[in-house]
Design a protein around this ligand. Structure first.
Ligand code: CMC
Length: 381
């Protein structure tokens, strides 16, 4: 490409509105505030189905029958074991290491112990879908237990994957309301079009790298505070606000200083994020139950003030923070839970990419100058 070829080519900043591929997994309707998973409205799925049913939908294109779900659940739970070397690696991580870094590293390590990691046949990839989702859940739960000096908890074959995760993480069975809230939290995070981490996973898959590589890529991408890392930042903001009366001046101060309010705004939604609406309900319910009503009141006031001041709405990360906090999940783990659910979506996209692959390789506008003459190092002073 020459200097002339570059004329008139303007890059689209942040690839906004660029249609970069096709997917059946999900559609984000930013104008009407809807999220569709494989043809179904996510709010309807949240009301009538469970996370594992929707995982099945994402991977196999249809909701399972009762018997299909039973065998799918059994398969997921049976794959929740980790190689002992990976548990040892988790134990070796420094106490201050962020759980997202440990998760990414553990997923990378799994590839070395999975005899099928390099087998790209559709049958092996299908087995890895199930195994990787199950193992990601266990990595997060075991990491928390090990780092809290508590013994790891084996999965209960009678529980589905979401309930098992909460049981293994906290060491006690969730009650019915906790189950419902947690399951919906997982379901709502499962997929979201060509978000940054999903796109990153598809780029990696498009080189025909294996599923472990694509998953590690996605986890690394989710960590940032403009993406999944926002939920942890929301909790840090809530820490700084002692009382609901402080909200207006706190938010005004942030905006006056050009700071972003974490958990607000979205590239695609111009109206309310449908996931935030469901999670607001659970935040209110669980905060009241956990004697944290003040926290919900502060959150709700933040929502009102940001909408009035900036005209922007909460995204999925805003109320996910208080839902997880009220469920007793430490904030450093918030983004790992996002990752656990999104693993199902990422892997669905990876399978789509493999099924109809062409290397994802865009071009760039070169701004590095032209016709510079090389001065040999001896003459550069
Ligand atoms: N707080 C204050 N102002 C904001 C915010 C916010 N959270 N989000 C957007 N804006 C303003 C921004 O300052 C800009 O204003 P102006 O035109 O006056 O300069 C305008 O809105 C457009 O912002 P943008 O950065 O061009 O929008 P974007 O589409 O590139 O950014 C975003 C999307 C999600 C990165 C952004 O809204 C943001 O930084 N939000 C906070 C972080 C966050 O909550 N991330 C989670 C995203 S959703 C779920 C997920 O992926 O995890």
């Amino acid at each position: 490409m020459s200097q002339n070829d570059q004329e008139g080519k303007a890059p689209v900043r942040g690839l906004q509105d660029v249609v970069a591929g096709e997917t059946r997994v999900s559609y984000v309707d930013g104008v009407n505030g809807m999220l569709i998973y494989n043809g179904y409205d996510v709010r309807e799925l949240a009301e009538h189905t469970t996370f594992d049913e929707v995982v099945y939908l994402s991977w196999y294109g249809q909701l399972p029958t009762r018997s299909e779900l039973a065998s799918f659940r059994a398969r997921l739970v049976s794959e929740m074991r980790l190689p002992s070397q990976v548990i040892s690696m988790i134990r070796l991580a420094p106490a201050g290491a962020h759980p997202m870094d440990v998760l990414r590293t553990a997923v990378s390590a799994l590839s070395m112990f999975d005899p099928e990691s390099g087998d790209m046949s559709p049958a092996a990839n299908e087995r890895k879908l199930v195994r990787l989702l199950a193992q990601v859940m266990t990595i997060i739960a075991d990491m928390h237990r090990v780092r809290s000096n508590e013994s790891v908890v084996s999965p209960d074959p009678g529980l589905d994957i979401g309930d098992n995760f909460l049981y293994m993480f906290r060491g006690r069975q969730p009650d019915e309301e906790e189950k419902k809230a947690f399951d919906q939290l997982l379901l709502l995070h499962l997929d979201h079009g060509f978000n940054a981490s999903t796109f990153a996973a598809r780029v990696t898959a498009s080189t025909l790298a294996d599923m472990h590589a694509a998953l590690a890529t996605a986890i690394g991408t989710l960590k940032g505070s403009l993406h999944g890392g926002a939920n942890e930042r929301v909790m840090e903001m809530l820490d700084e606000i002692d009382h609901v009366d402080m909200v207006d001046s706190y938010i005004q101060g942030m905006l006056d200083n050009g700071k972003r309010i974490m958990g607000f705004g979205h590239r695609v939604y111009r109206v309310e994020d449908p996931r935030a609406r469901v999670l607001r309900h659970w935040s209110e319910r669980l905060c009241h139950r956990a004697a944290m009503a003040d926290l919900y009141a502060i959150s709700h006031r933040i929502e009102q003030v940001v909408l009035a001041q900036k005209g922007i709405y909460p995204n999925v990360d805003f109320y996910s923070a208080t839902v997880q906090h009220a469920l007793g999940i430490p904030r450093q783990y918030f983004t790992t839970l996002f990752a656990a659910s999104r693993t199902a979506g990422w892997l669905a996209h990876v399978m789509e990419q493999y099924a109809d692959n062409r290397l994802i390789r865009p071009t760039s506008k070169y701004i590095g100058g032209w016709n510079r003459k090389v001065v040999p190092i001896a003459e550069r002073g």
